[in-house]
Write a protein that binds this ligand. Structure first.
Ligand code: PAF
Length: 283
């Protein structure tokens, strides 16, 4: 396994691999690798000749006062995990390598960036789209893998790839959960043991409304049931609970029989902001 820190070297290596006809599978990450990342890597390993991951805590997707500084950086442990997953190359650039002096180009995906997390984290998706665009230009993957836990991010990246005619295929991977249902996230490591118990309320709320939606409950009943479940927890504060069309991310007013919706939520548990979602079809 090789660690590459320079854009120009990564690009040359990627060019050579492509000339040799090898397919490059790519998993971009912020590091602090967990089971969610490992499942993406496992699939990418299976489906490609070469597996490249990036580890880059991208400053432009963190807002002022967010957790950029305290975001976990266990690089040695990440290396061990990556090696175990059969990663061929870790692309691990510095901030100055990615954003050199005078840097001033950003990608804004207008359609999906304004709602849900976009309302609470202004500039976040601009930072994500920009860095993913750069990573695609540097790593030159044939296929890139993203998890459905960041459903909005996934939509934005797919839109960007289509709009900018990028030659990379995006493959979506299911949310990976702890045995009790908590969606796996690097940010779970911030939670105290009490907060960890309270964090389960996100999944409990999703599971409960799944049955309500299936039998045709109204949107307002569904949302107020979720609020009740979450507000029982003493450290929980809801940013949003939304029921949207999974294709457009627009609010759904009524859920017609046979219709699939995305139930998405963002909740603070103490100082940790967690997101989760579930696709549900009304019977
Ligand atoms: O989902 C993430 O880990 C990040 O947003 C990504 C896609 C690596 C871009 O920094």
């Amino acid at each position: 396994m090789r660690v590459i820190r320079k854009n120009s070297i990564m690009q040359k290596v990627a060019d050579r691999l492509r000339e040799e006809g090898k397919s490059i599978g790519f998993v971009p990450t912020l590091g602090a690798l967990h089971q969610g990342h490992l499942s993406l890597m496992e699939r990418a390993r299976r489906e490609n000749d070469i597996l490249i991951i990036s580890i880059f805590i991208n400053p432009t997707q963190f807002g002022p006062g967010e957790d950029y500084k305290r975001y976990p950086r266990p690089f040695e442990k990440d290396k061990l995990l990556a090696r175990r997953e059969g990663v061929d190359i870790i692309f691990y650039p510095s901030v100055s390598e990615m954003y050199g002096k005078g840097y001033s180009t950003y990608v804004e995906v207008e359609k999906f960036s304004k709602s849900l997390c976009g309302l609470f984290r202004p500039g976040h998706f601009r930072g994500v789209a920009s860095v993913v665009c750069k990573l695609f230009n540097i790593v030159k993957p044939n296929v890139a893998y993203f998890g459905q836990k960041d459903y909005q991010q996934l939509k934005i990246i797919k839109r960007m790839v289509e709009d900018l005619n990028m030659e990379v295929e995006i493959r979506e991977c299911a949310i990976v959960r702890e045995p009790d249902g908590l969606a796996i996230s690097s940010r779970n490591s911030y939670l105290s043991s009490q907060e960890r118990k309270e964090a389960l309320s996100l999944y409990k709320a999703l599971k409960c409304v799944k049955s309500l939606i299936k039998v045709g409950s109204s949107i307002s009943d569904v949302v107020s049931e979720m609020e009740k479940i979450i507000q029982r927890e003493s450290h929980a504060k809801i940013d949003y609970i939304e029921i949207v069309d999974p294709l457009t991310l627009e609010d759904v007013k009524t859920i017609r029989p046979g219709k699939k919706v995305l139930v998405a939520l963002a909740v603070w548990i103490g100082n940790t902001r967690l997101i989760d979602n579930m696709l549900v079809r009304r019977m």
